[in-house]
Design a protein around this ligand. Structure first.
Ligand code: PBG
Length: 343
């Protein structure tokens, strides 16, 4: 047998000599001391709840790729808005799954004042005026190709899309939306939306810019939820940010703020905590993350398999956003988290 003498664990010095008697574990020793030094907290005030809408009445359709999430008819969306308000969730973000007969090459149905998204806004604001409603003005739920812009000769045309998105934003504001959230990543959209809102008497409607929205694989379940996954050909790399880029993300955010954005959003969330931190440090603006569908589904799927503790992973992921500098998070977990924080 090889006779190698066992190395001394800490050489000749004691641990106190090594650390200069600094022991970081002192503050971790009990629940009370951990609570006392906890730096970041998640509260119900941090939550924005994205919900999916379908037309009809009293129907809730499960979304297979998003266990626990449903498409709701407007009447049921109102019920959920009431529940959200009771739980203290500050705001909802609505995403319509638009009937195929209303989708076309240019997404023209977004300009229908009484379309599904606007009807839901009205219904929610009528019944629960105290909850904030955030609407997305991208064209993807309205186009037959699932892109966020108008498609001409294989190109998503920027300026024409911006014009349409700005007009749609005015209709959404007229329906009662409190915050317009453009997720299409066209150049100049924030400034155009600001101008259009102001020109139509909606100067107190805010803009939450999806400032840094990355071309990402994590949107898959969402596309199933709004029925665009079967439609989308190619990818969105000509308008969403390259997920390799961080300086460019700062330039995007800077541009959107210069155009009048009131709040910034980073999307997806957890893989982009570095971007959140950079934007918060750089601009000190209200900064939000969208914990997107794929992030939600990964946690749900692993939990369903018994591989992780789903509730703990959910809470840890959300607190990570706070630590990274977020003021709030769009998350499909919102009602579940709100219940947990309450109880
Ligand atoms: C598109 C849009 C996307 C999401 C919301 N609006 C991305 C896409 O389909 O490309 C993703 C939300 C999620 O994954 O939860 N305007």
């Amino acid at each position: 047998m090889n006779k190698i003498s066992r190395p001394k664990a800490a050489g000749n010095r004691s641990v106190d000599e090594i650390t200069g008697s600094r022991r970081l574990r002192r503050m971790r020793k009990a629940d009370w001391s951990r609570r006392l030094v906890q730096e970041n907290h998640l509260t119900v005030d941090d939550l924005i709840w994205p919900i999916f809408i379908i037309d009809g009445e009293s129907r809730r359709e499960p979304i297979p790729a998003m266990p626990g999430v449903f498409r709701l008819t407007p009447d049921l969306a109102v019920k959920e808005a009431e529940r959200a308000a009771r739980l203290g969730i500050p705001a909802l973000a609505t995403f319509p799954n638009v009937d195929m007969k209303f989708r076309d090459q240019t997404g023209s149905h977004i300009l229908e004042a009484d379309n599904l998204i606007n009807r839901v806004t009205r219904a929610i604001k009528d019944a629960v005026p105290e909850i904030g409603v955030i609407t997305d003005v991208a064209l993807d739920p309205f186009t037959t190709h699932g892109h966020d812009g108008i498609l001409r000769d294989g190109i998503i045309v920027n300026d024409e899309t911006v014009e349409q998105v700005a007009a749609a934003a005015v209709l959404q504001a007229a329906a009662g939306a409190d915050i317009i959230a453009p997720s299409d990543m066209m150049d100049g959209r924030v400034g155009a939306i600001r101008d259009a809102l102001d020109a139509n008497g909606f100067s107190d409607v805010a803009i939450m810019s999806y400032a840094t929205k990355f071309a990402s694989a994590f949107y898959g379940p969402y596309r199933e939820a709004i029925g665009t996954s079967g439609l989308l050909k190619g990818d969105k790399k000509t308008y969403y940010l390259d997920h390799a880029n961080s300086d460019e993300a700062v330039r995007e955010a800077e541009q959107d703020l210069a155009e009048g954005a009131d709040m910034l959003m980073v999307k997806p969330g957890l893989p982009y905590l570095d971007i959140i931190r950079r934007l918060k440090d750089e601009f000190q603006m209200p900064t939000f993350a969208y914990q997107v569908s794929g992030e939600y589904s990964m946690i749900k799927a692993a939990a369903a398999n018994g591989w992780i503790d789903g509730d703990k992973a959910m809470m840890e992921s959300l607190l990570a956003f706070k630590r990274a500098g977020c003021d709030g998070i769009l998350t499909y977990f919102a009602p579940q988290v709100a219940e947990m924080l309450k109880g």
